[in-house]
Design a protein around this ligand. Sequence first.
Ligand code: FES
Length: 142
Amino acid sequence: MLYSEKVMDHFRNPRNVGEIADADGVGEVGNAKCGDIMRMYIKVDKKTMVITDAKFMTFGCGSAIATSSIATEMIINKPISEALQLSNKAVVEALDGLPAHKVHCSVLAEEAVKAAVKDFYDKNGISYNEECLKSGECPCVH
Ligand code: FES
């Protein structure tokens, strides 16, 4: 079987689909090659810096939908510092793997979370280390 049960489950019944009208941060990323677009919305408790809600809209392939779905589950109720450590590798592992040619779809999920956090930081005048918001393993010790 090409796709794991988990991928199929999150593709067929994606969690946290939609928009958050009064989101604290919105991140939109795309992949120029395939043209897929992912938008991530987050609500943040400004006292604790915990992500209290996340929703996504993905115009893309099934793997992009499954990765964004599981990524929202992985960041809800987590402090921002932990959400920033969410790597595309962790997303793929949580889905019990993706075919090699679909791994790039999971990169969108990682980037979308980071873009939403960046938007939240920018809107609230919070300074941050650019390195932490780039895709790939964060070099910082949180
Ligand atoms: Fe483009 Fe999956 S093929 S994100």
